[in-house]
Design a protein around this ligand. Structure first.
Ligand code: PEP
Ligand code: MG
Length: 868
């Protein structure tokens, strides 16, 4: 293998091998820009080193060869006493990991060559000794693993209140001796004076820094694969610290915060390397360079324009000026905020640099989502209490309450409240609606609180396990013994999972106002408007919404949904109406059962009428009731205690017998969905009748009836027959289809399609059953460990597991369509609003995804990106 590439040999597309920095240095070199000469050791060499504990055979020879070429290009030799070549050794992985890995500058200096360097610099002794002390400091810290504070303290005590530029040559020379002493006492060895040793050790230190704890942590957070390794760049040194006609700076070709065009950057005179970012001295705005060094400034502007046109995107750069000569040290396509991403993409279209298609691919659904949530402004003080799971994004501030009743009461008085629960259950729905946000100490991202909150677009942090929530004492305690009582104000960030004590200021989203119908007012919203309009033109995947009331349905429509993909009817019986379902389930006689059904039917009908009206002719998929039974029954433990204490009425005692009879160890695998419909006669029939009659009353209504949790075509046939009969009786047309939520349904999809006009993949249950993971428990229980172990990179409840669950989806889609070519296919699990899962659905040939109303724009954008 070839392990070393000269800058003239690489290009920007070789990031896998040369890392981002090396690939872009090569690209700039080939563009004819002033890049100091150098070469790159590949990430493959690093991988070998990390796996084998030694550099690959042949690497040293290749490095020596490239070093010789570099030396002859520069006309000096590494570390040569009277006229030394110095080099930097810089890390550079495929994905940028800012500040995570190591760099060593000024390699090649020792007690002799420091004089040669002073001579090169026109007798500038100060500069030479400053460079030398920097080498020992950086090398000592990063290569030899010495505590950096030891060097810092020595420097600080020498400086006193002066700036580092005020230190005289003699002082710096003395500092070098001090630093060498630190190296000796910390490592028991002298600082290595052989330049080749310095270089070799520095390269290995950069390799090793790939596995530094902070780098590992960063990769995990950013989902960067752990096995890529880093490349190493060896670059001829140029000096920004040669005097006032030298300096170093960073710049962006436009504003990475807002996307506005113009010059953004900082410059520091007479400085080297990390001084700018480290904030050693105050930098000046890049514009002032024009006054200091007009020629370099003009050249820099030209180069920046050239880079933008070449990369067709915002670039960030690092540069150094050595005595009036500009050198480019780095460039890359720069990171930017979500708002800037939209603005820049459309600007580049206007400049003719990219097509509008490409502009759509330059923005992610996650970036759009970020713009849709109210945010905490970064100003002001924050006091972090704990961090839970970022279950439903947004920023919410309010007084802490521990019960739904209190939430409703305070909200009714115009207070903002945050509902804090150990976990929520359907009884908390009214409290969740009243609250600005929801915080739980238990449960994962598909726990009740999380799913319902996302559905409502309500901020939610769940599974904040460090919190001890005590509903009875109306308080919770956070780590460090902080106690928060009812009425105290907290701020929760559903995008990060952070929980703060006190009020953090919040900003509203103009993008949501736009989706709600407001005309675009500013550049950002105009950019969003253009991108979204084009996205809708190019996407082939439909987007529907999960909604079960008129308000959510109306919002879904405004946000661009082409229909309702999942109306969960059991959600219509939460709150006050829960009792009616309980009565039905516990009914002990035919009359009781019928009277419970009679009470439910008109409520259902009026709900459906409202939804049909809100959707105004768009299809509405209504799922027949699928309640995990325990959610609709009185609590077994509570009731048992009451009976045991002798406090229970006769009715309650009878109730306990019934609840015990129906109690399930595994409610999510129990009497749910179609099973309930087959066990309780009249239940599904009542719902179908309510749907049909509602549809008859709303012009253009397009109901689609969906049967949940089917595993066998026989289940579906029984229900379907009854439904079709009722539809005919009422005289209404509706598709009848099924959810595919069990692995067996997916595997027998060919049979099931005979009885279903459409499939909608319920990937929440399908994931639960394919993995055997309880969707209510496992995320909080052990997913963090699984993520750590790399068993998966992201929860399969969040992003569809293509290999397993995805395979079931593909099998079902294929066999279903074989049996019924016009079978309509959709997905309505939480994955319907997840960017990666949307791409999967496009690839698998589904007709639409269905997601919560607030995710609809995200899904529209991602569907377009998938199509491009
Ligand atoms: C599903 O299982 O994916 C689904 C949409 O149904 P629910 O979440 O209501 O079980
Ligand atoms: Mg389900």
């Amino acid at each position: 293998a070839k392990y070393v590439y000269d800058f003239t040999e690489g290009n920007k597309d070789l990031k896998d091998l040369l890392g981002g920095k090396g690939a872009n240095l090569a690209e700039m070199t080939n563009l004819g820009l002033p890049v100091p000469p150098g070469f790159t050791i590949t990430s493959q060499a690093c991988r070998h080193y990390l796996a084998e504990g030694a550099v690959p055979d042949g690497l040293e020879a290749e490095v020596a060869e490239h070093l010789a070429a570099l030396e002859s290009a520069m006309g000096k030799k590494l570390g040569q006493a009277d006229d030394p070549l110095l080099v930097s050794v810089r890390s550079g992985a495929k994905f940028s990991m800012p500040g995570m890995m190591e760099t060593v500058l000024n390699i090649g200096l020792n007690d002799e060559s420091v004089h040669g360097l002073a001579k090169q610099a026109g007798g500038n002794e100060r500069f030479a000794w400053d460079s030398y002390r920097r080498l020992i400091q950086m090398f000592g810290k990063t290569v030899l693993g010495i505590d950096g504070d030891l060097f810092e303290h020595a420097l600080e005590s020498l400086k006193g209140s002066r700036q580092d530029t005020d230190l005289a040559a003699e002082e710096l020379q003395a500092l070098v001796e001090t630093f060498k002493g630190i190296v000796r006492s910390e490592t028991g060895k002298d600082f290595p004076s052989d330049p080749r040793d310095q270089m070799r050790l520095a390269v290995m230190a950069v390799f090793d820094s790939w596995n530094a704890p902070r780098a590992i942590l960063y990769r995990r957070q950013e989902r960067i694969p752990a096995d890529l390794g880093t490349a190493v760049n060896i670059v001829a040194m140029v000096f920004g610290n040669l005097g006032e006609d030298s300096g170093t700076g960073v710049a962006f070709t436009r504003d990475p915060g807002s996307g506005r065009q113009g010059l953004y950057g900082d410059y520091l005179q007479n400085a080297q390397g990390e001084d700018v970012v480290a904030g050693i001295r105050n930098t000046i705005p890049l514009q002032e360079l024009e006054r200091i060094d007009k020629r370099s400034y003009d050249e820099l502007l030209q180069i920046m324009e050239k880079l933008e046109n070449h990369y067709r995107d915002l670039c960030d750069i690092e540069f150094t000026i050595e005595r009036g000569k500009l050198w480019m040290l780095q460039t890359r396509v720069g990171k930017r905020t979500a708002a800037a991403a939209f603005c820049i993409a459309t600007q580049l279209v206007d400049q003719g640099l990219i097509s509008i298609d490409e502009a759509v691919t330059r923005i992610t659904g996650d970036q759009l989502a970020q713009l849709m949530f109210p945010r905490f402004s970064s100003e002001g003080e924050r006091r972090l209490l704990t961090k839970g799971m970022n279950a439903s994004p947004g920023a919410a501030v309010g007084k802490v309450v521990f019960t739904s009743e209190r939430a409703i009461e305070l909200a009714g008085q115009g207070e903002d409240v945050i509902l804090v629960r150990r976990e929520t259950n359907p009884d908390d729905l009214s409290g969740m609606i009243a609250a600005r946000g929801v915080l739980t100490s238990r449960g994962g991202k598909t726990s009740h609180a999380a799913v319902v909150a996302r559905g409502m677009g309500k901020t939610c942090v769940c599974g904040a396990e460090e919190l001890e929530v005590s509903t009875s004492s109306r308080s919770f305690t956070a780590p460090g013994g902080v106690t928060v009582n009812e009425g105290d104000v907290i701020s929760i960030d559903g995008s990060t999972g952070e929980v703060f004590l006190g009020e953090v200021p919040v900003m509203d989203s103009a993008v949501v106002e736009y989706f709600e119908g407001a005309a675009p007012q500013d550049d950002l919203v105009r950019a969003v408007d253009r991108i979204m309009k084009h996205a809708d033109e190019v996407r082939t995947l439909g987007v529907r919404a999960n909604a079960d009331n008129a308000e959510d349905s109306a919002r879904a429509r405004r946000f661009g949904a082409a229909g309702i993909g999942l109306c969960r009817t059991e959600h219509m019986f939460l709150g006050d109406r829960r009792q009616l379902v309980e009565d039905l389930v516990l009914a002990s006689s035919e009359e009781e059962r019928q009277s419970a059904l009679d009470a439910l039917e008109p409520l259902q009908k009026s709900d459906f009428i409202e939804i049909f009206q809100a959707m105004d002719g768009l299809p509405v998929t209504i799922r027949l009731i699928d309640p995990p039974l325990h959610e609709f029954l009185p609590d077994l433990v509570e009731l048992s205690v009451k009976v045991a204490k002798g406090d229970a009425s006769d009715k309650e005692r009878a109730l306990l017998v019934a609840v015990k009879r129906l109690h399930e160890q595994n409610p999510m695998l129990g009497l749910r969905g179609v099973r309930l419909g087959l066990v309780i006669p009249g239940l599904f029939a009542m719902q179908v009748r309510a749907i049909a009659e509602a549809a008859r009353e709303v012009r253009g209504a397009r109901p689609e009836i969906m049967i949940p949790l089917v595993a066998a075509v026989q289940e579906l046939e029984a229900v379907r027959e009854e439904a079709v009969g009722i539809l005919a009786e009422v005289g209404v047309d509706a598709l009848v289809g099924t959810m595919i939520e069990t692995p067996r349904a997916a595997l027998t999809a060919g049979q099931i399609a005979e009885a279903a006009q459409f499939f909608s993949f319920g990937t929440n249950d399908l994931t639960q059953m394919a993995w055997g993971f309880s969707r209510d428990d496992v995320e909080a229980a052990f997913f963090s460990r699984y993520l750590e172990l790399g068993i998966f990179g992201v929860s399969p409840f969040e992003t569809l597991d293509r290999d397993g669950v995805g395979r079931l989806v593909r099998i079902a889609a294929e066999e279903g369509r074989k049996a019924r070519p016009d079978l309509k296919l959709g997905i309505c699990g939480e994955h319907g609003g997840d960017p990666d899962s949307v791409h999967f659905c496009h690839e698998a040939g589904l007709d639409y995804v269905s997601c919560s109303p607030f995710r609809v724009p995200v899904a529209r954008l991602e569907a377009a990106r998938a199509a491009l």
